[in-house]
Design a binder for this molecule. Structure first.
Ligand code: PGA
Length: 242
């Protein structure tokens, strides 16, 4: 596990972009696993700029997002499909049909999960998986206690996650309580992983990943077992690392 320490969110986003662009240039048909949330927004802004500057193209890129809220359609501004379109896909030259986000309003959600796994497999697996981390150590929406060998599935969100997400919704009742998420088993099959973390509310989780034990109580601790993980984290997020 390589840990790159940066000063703050801005530097994390710049470094992550540099790292990503380097990788993209090495691959002919990259398959990227992408994440939503506040953490990757700065990275996405930089990637859009790199595209506009003519430095990178997404013509031959396929993307798979980690998760989607159950009950929110892609045209709902709080859905992750909407987030991705707004924050990245609509601003680069990626083909919309090469962008995959689980469908949170599928009539058969179990089938949606198995189909999603198949789509990833058909694409040849994920080359680079981008991850944020929950303050409770979740990756994707795999909450504490999620099985390390889990595949794409329906997850009941932890109260800590519902509380953290409430900032985006008008009322607590509107905050989704379930999501479709790639499982930890699916995530860990990615060939390479980049985890980003910024802010003191991530410090316990990051200390657990770097110094703690491998335990399903801290889903991100699985990264200890992956041979190619890079963590780019700021001083606040690394504050509790020994
Ligand atoms: P955040 O969420 O980027 O909004 O902090 C990360 C996560 O919950 O995985």
């Amino acid at each position: 596990m390589q840990v790159i320490k940066v000063k703050d969110y801005a530097e994390m986003s710049e470094k992550a972009c540099e790292w990503f662009v380097g990788k993209l240039k090495e691959m002919e048909t990259p398959v990227l696993g992408l994440a939503t949330g506040s953490t990757p927004e700065g990275l996405y802004d930089h990637l859009i700029q790199k595209y506009k500057d003519g430095e990178i193209s997404f013509q031959d890129v396929k993307t798979f997002n980690l998760d989607e809220y159950i009950g929110l359609a892609g045209d709902n501004p709080n859905s992750y499909r909407y987030f991705m379109n707004e924050k990245l896909f609509n601003n680069i030259d990626i083909k919309q049909e090469n962008t995959f986000v689980p469908n949170g309003v599928a009539t058969d959600l179990e089938k949606e999960c198995t189909d999603y796994e198949q789509l990833i497999k058909d694409a040849g697996g994920i080359d680079i998986q981008l991850l944020g981390i929950g303050s409770n150590g979740h990756i994707g929406f795999n909450e504490p206690g999620a099985k390390f060998d889990g595949r794409t599935h329906i997850e009941n969100l932890a109260q800590a996650t519902i509380d953290a997400n409430a900032r985006f919704f008008d009322s607590m009742d509107d905050v989704p309580k379930q999501a479709v998420t790639m499982g930890i088993g699916s995530i860990i099959e990615s060939k390479e992983i980049l985890l980003l973390a910024s802010g003191e509310n991530k410090a316990d989780a990051i200390a657990g990943v770097i110094d703690g034990e491998l335990t399903e109580a801290l889903p991100a601790s699985i990264l200890k077992q992956h041979p190619r993980v890079t963590i780019i984290a700021d001083e606040a997020a690394l504050a509790k690392v020994k």
